[in-house]
Design a binder for this molecule. Structure first.
Ligand code: EPZ
Length: 430
């Protein structure tokens, strides 16, 4: 199993090209199931989750191909992927695959919308909590789907097709909103999705569906209106830049010090995280090329953050910000309101010398930590990268084990940081 070795103490200078967003690419790929025609996605990040989803879609009959890298093309431009779901050969998504990647559960909506049936394994819990799917099922039921749970599988049936309806989410859910959208676009009549998630990845999916012929208004606001159509066509779409990757590297620069341009990053996609970084003392400059992050010499101030649905501070940047706050000159409070158990990184950060107290959904982070390199273990995607950030400012060597978690969501992490001056390498075991 690969490990990542980091020796702390280097400043970061240069530029990092931000990849396409994993959390946009996955639902976009799943949306290919909605049409018989080819969906071409550009700027798809090279990640193990993307490869796995291609295999999962392949099982349903989707013909998926990655176009080869052109000569001279930079390694971090992402891939172009074509997905053709001309004939869906299997409407079952088995446990072995869904258990490996939760987002693959989202195939449920397009399968039932197009084929009138689907059998998809329940995803189960994961490292960040129980993560129920009741609201995703509620959305499909509102669209006229009969749902039964049988031996760990969701069995969904709508033999006469989906019917538009009002779907009100009692809680903001990204997966629920993706599900409602992918169902409603092929339902008969109008649907209104209320208290919809406003995350940029929702807007990106809606933009792509509109290119495929869907009639959607209001994506990016909390009320989305969809007028169903009988079929969708193919389309070309470029995946939006990854706001979580951009926020992560912005925090890495704030931690290590230096001056880095995050190419293609869009400040409007992670403004609340940028505001917290500014409050901590980093300098942020949004330009046409991307977002530039600087910190030279000055100490970091403690900043309190609470995770919230978009446009609030994202839960997917909570662990990284906590790592940064270890070097603030005072105590900070970090409250996690989205997931119940998303503090797995606290114990591993402690191995590097962090002093963090947990009190329910609140983490109290003592600043001025004397961080010292140590062997640590990646537990989930964002937790792992918080260890990278802490290691950049730790004295000596940190060895991060189980880096397959990082490979799920960060394209070419060690190259991107290495080119800016970090002492970082991947150590492969033979
Ligand atoms: C998406 O997960 C992302 N995953 C997550 O990123 C992200 O942390 C999360 O949204 C919140 O922004 C992808 O896009 C692939 P939710 P999702 O439904 O859709 C509760 C990463 O690291 N809920 O918005 O699963 C749920 O338990 C990942 O890239 C229900 O109660 O998140 C949570 O408390 C991790 N019932 C809250 O809603 C439901 O049926 C928000 O979850 C569904 C959700």
């Amino acid at each position: 199993m690969d490990r990542i070795r980091i020796v702390g103490g280097q400043k970061l200078n240069g530029s990092i090209a931000i990849s396409g967003a994993k959390n946009a690419a996955l639902p976009l790929m799943i949306a290919s199931l909605l049409s018989r025609d080819t969906l071409t996605l550009h700027g798809v990040p090279r990640l193990s989750d993307v490869r796995l989803l291609m295999r999962i879609l392949g099982n349903h009959g989707v013909d998926a191909a990655i176009s080869g890298k052109r000569a001279g093309q930079a390694f971090d431009n992402g891939d172009t992927i074509t997905l053709s779901a001309r004939d869906i050969v299997d409407t079952t998504a088995p446990y072995e695959l869904v258990a490996k990647m939760r987002a693959s559960f989202w195939v449920l909506a397009p399968l039932v919308a197009r084929m009138g049936e689907a059998r998809v394994s329940l995803p189960g819990g994961c490292a960040i909590g129980t993560r129920p799917v009741d609201l995703l099922l509620m959305a499909l039921e509102r669209l006229g789907t009969q749902i039964e749970i049988d031996a760990g599988y969701v069995v969904a049936k709508a033999p006469k097709g989906l019917i538009g309806n009002r779907i009100h989410f009692p809680k903001v859910t990204v997966g629920g909103t993706h599900t409602a959208l992918m169902g409603a676009v092929l339902a008969r009549g109008e649907s209104v999705i209320e208290n919809a998630a406003r995350e940029p990845e929702i807007t990106d999916l809606a933009d792509c569906l509109i290119k495929m012929g869907a009639k959607i208004e209001g994506a990016g606001t909390s009320t989305i209106r969809v007028e169903g159509v009988t079929s969708l066509t193919g389309a070309h779409h470029t995946v939006l830049p990854d706001r979580i990757e951009a926020g992560t590297y912005a925090m890495a620069v704030a931690m290590a010090g230096g001056d880095v341009l995050l190419e293609h990053a869009r400040a409007d996609l992670f403004q609340s995280a940028l505001d917290s970084l500014t409050a901590s003392g980093a300098e942020i400059i949004a330009t046409n090329e991307g977002v530039r992050v600087k910190r030279n010499g000055a100490g970091l101030r403690p900043v309190h953050v609470t995770t919230e649905p978009f446009p609030g501070f994202p839960t997917d940047l909570q662990a990284q910000f906590m790592a940064l706050m270890l070097k603030a000159n005072g105590t900070s409070h970090i409250r996690e309101t989205i997931f119940e158990n998303r503090f797995m990184h606290v114990q591993e950060l402690a191995r590097l010398g962090a002093k963090i107290k947990l009190d329910g959904d609140l983490a109290i982070v003592e600043g001025n930590a004397a961080l010292k390199g140590a062997p640590v273990m990646a537990t989930d995607l964002r937790a792992s990268v918080s260890l990278v950030i802490a290691a950049l400012a730790a004295e000596g060597e940190t060895m991060i084990h189980r880096v397959y978690h990082l490979d799920r969501g960060f394209e070419a992490l060690e190259q991107k940081l290495g080119r800016c001056g970090a002492e970082i390498e991947r150590v492969s075991e033979r």
